[in-house]
Design a protein around this ligand. Structure first.
Ligand SMILES: [Zn+2]
Length: 339
């Protein structure tokens, strides 16, 4: 088997090949898309066979051009190889790819989380021969606190503000983080408002019956009906941006809102100053360092390739722990043969 990076992650076995999460539109005849974040999909879908989940397919259908040309599969079998998907626990619809062939079993995690957040099936690592694992937080300083502790503490902070008639803005990416935030904090106020970007995705999920949406009104509607001024204890869910952004500065001045930014980078003490927000909350859609190590230990592969983020650092940490591990980065094209 051969694994290399050249504009996309390429995996080649005997008589089969596949690309993973290419942002480039030039594909092999077969491609895998792990989830619908923009850094994992091309702007235009080519005429090719695409393995992805039903939910990711729906999202691509709505948000990516040229959708009609592709052929979609949830599982795919051809001579010498079968491809299957399992939840990667990252965002709604996200999956990891499992390729079983006479070259052994390979797992490509895509972006991954093994933490139980109550509404997404976490990734469950299983024994394999080759593991291609993300390494966004693949350095020992990235250790997130316990998820439920952070949620409970943040709930208390939000409640205190709302009880004192101070509205709050909860910021996270509209696809992924936002659904997690709705699940955790959506019942803390009777007035739930969504920023336009959140509202668009939320309406799409609701109309397609995809789990993860919330009953809410748009910011536009709240403004038109004067709800923002009349009610003080509202929650606005909005995209993650600097608190110095024009829109957030306006909300602070006009309504005295408190800003919460949700990101794995929130574990850094100066994150909230850097972002100009009142609270930086360390909640991530990705595995932290210990969880990445746990994934590798449970998969117990003969070889590991690290992709995205701290690839070199994480591969070095894995080698220190006795694994055969290489970073798969744009600078390094590595061929690997085994079996
Ligand atoms: Zn992602």
């Amino acid at each position: 088997m051969k694994v290399y990076l050249s504009k996309a992650i390429h995996i080649e076995g005997r008589n089969w090949k596949i690309t993973c999460d290419s942002t480039n539109s030039n594909y092999y005849p077969l491609s895998f898309i792990s989830h619908a974040h923009s850094d994992h999909i091309p702007k235009k879908l080519p005429k090719t066979n695409i393995i992805t989940s039903h939910v990711t397919k729906l999202l691509l259908n709505n948000f990516v051009s040229n959708y009609e040309d592709a052929e979609f599969y949830e599982n795919f079998t051809q001579e010498n190889v079968s491809f299957n998907q399992v939840s990667s626990g990252h965002i709604i619809g996200s999956t990891a790819l499992i390729a079983d062939s006479n070259d052994g079993k390979l797992i490509y995690t895509g972006d991954v989380s093994i933490r139980d957040k109550g509404f997404l099936q976490p990734f469950e690592p299983t024994k394999c021969d080759t593991l291609i694992v993300e390494s966004t937080f693949g350095s020992p300083e990235y250790e997130f606190p316990h998820y439920n502790d952070v949620i409970e503490q943040t709930k208390d902070e939000i409640r205190t503000y709302l009880d004192n008639n101070i509205p709050v803005v909860l910021m996270g990416y509209p696809l992924g983080k936002a659904q997690m935030l709705y699940h955790a904090f959506g019942n803390l106020s009777e007035t739930i408002i969504l920023h336009g970007a959140n509202f668009k995705i939320n309406s799409f999920l609701e109309s397609n019956g995809v789990k993860g949406y919330i009953k809410a009104i748009s910011y536009q509607e709240a403004k038109e009906k004067n709800i923002l001024a009349e009610k003080a204890n509202w929650i606005l869910f909005a995209p993650l941006k600097s608190g110095r952004d024009k829109f957030y500065s306006y909300l602070k001045e006009k309504y005295g809102v408190k800003l919460f930014a949700f990101s794995g980078w929130g574990i850094s003490k100066n994150y909230r100053y850097r972002m100009g927000v009142d609270h930086g909350i360390p909640i991530s859609d990705h595995a932290d360092f210990s969880e990445l190590i746990e994934i590798c230990e449970k998969c117990d592969p003969k070889q590991i390739f690290t992709v995205y983020g701290h690839t070199t650092r994480f591969a070095a940490e894995l080698r220190r722990r006795g694994f055969t591990a290489y970073p798969l980065s744009k600078q390094t094209i590595l061929d690997s043969y085994f079996g």
